[in-house]
Structure formats: structure tokens, C-alpha cells
Design a protein around this ligand. Structure first.
Ligand code: ZN
Length: 78
């Protein structure tokens, strides 16, 4: 019983920390291009092309923030 309570508390704290971090830093570096907005072809390393995943911004909206934006949009449209 006590273990369950502690586990729930830990999960809540982690979730709150994640939510806070999404508010403080909604963007993270793109995992495809490492935030460089361009990525190099594996066959020809000299060739660099704009990253499609981040639309050559080098930043991606975090999953938590994207979910939050979706919730806000649904609330606004209702
Ligand atoms: Zn990228």
C-alpha cells in the first residue's frame, strides 16, 4: 500500500517536472539534424540539404507541448 503511494507520488512528480520543462522550453533540437537545420547525406557527406523534419528551423516542438497545443485547440473550437 505504502509502496503504491510512493510510486504514484514519483510518477506525479516526474509528470509535473515534464510539464514544467515543456512550458519553460517548448522546443528542443531536431533529432534528425541535431539542431543544425541541415543534414548531410550518408552516401555523400559533402552534400547538405535542408532538414524536412524541422522545416530547416533546427527546432522541434516537444511532444508534451504539441499535445498541450492540441488540447487548447479543441477547447477553443468547442
Ligand atoms: Zn531537423
Amino acid at each position: 500500500m505504502r509502496g503504491t503511494l510512493v510510486a504514484t507520488g514519483v510518477v506525479v512528480v516526474i509528470a509535473l517536472g515534464y510539464v514544467l520543462s515543456c512550458i519553460i522550453r517548448p522546443f528542443r533540437d531536431c533529432w534528425v539534424c541535431d539542431g543544425k537545420a541541415h543534414h548531410r547525406s550518408k552516401r555523400n557527406p559533402k552534400l547538405s540539404r535542408p532538414c524536412r523534419w524541422c522545416r530547416s528551423t533546427g527546432k522541434r516542438l516537444r511532444i508534451g507541448r504539441r499535445a498541450w497545443n492540441r488540447v487548447r485547440r479543441v477547447q477553443r473550437d468547442a
